[in-house]
Design a protein. Structure first.
Length: 84
């Protein structure tokens, strides 16, 4: 996404107020990302944090009931779609 926007790590880091090295660690997945920082990164691209950082979209379609190990459970049938 960053490369598609013709941006460097330095460009994004400067816009969100962190070092280039810290941003690079986040992008590589070597550092945890706080929600406020996720919002700042998403804002650089004009997106919401979920648009970038959420890998699966979950839509609840209906509820079904079943028993497993003698425990009654309510299970949501879900449709999953992987974001690009």
């Amino acid at each position: 996404m960053r490369l598609d926007a013709n941006m460097t790590c330095q460009d994004i880091a400067e816009r969100i107020g962190i070092t280039k090295n810290y941003y690079w660690l986040i992008e590589r997945g070597d550092r945890n990302l706080s929600y406020p920082l996720a919002v700042k990164i998403a804002n650089v691209f004009g997106l919401e944090p979920d648009d970038i950082f959420l890998t699966k979209k979950v839509n609840i379609t209906h509820t079904s009931y079943y028993k497993t190990n003698s425990v009654s459970c309510t299970c949501k049938t879900i449709q999953r779609g992987v974001r690009k």
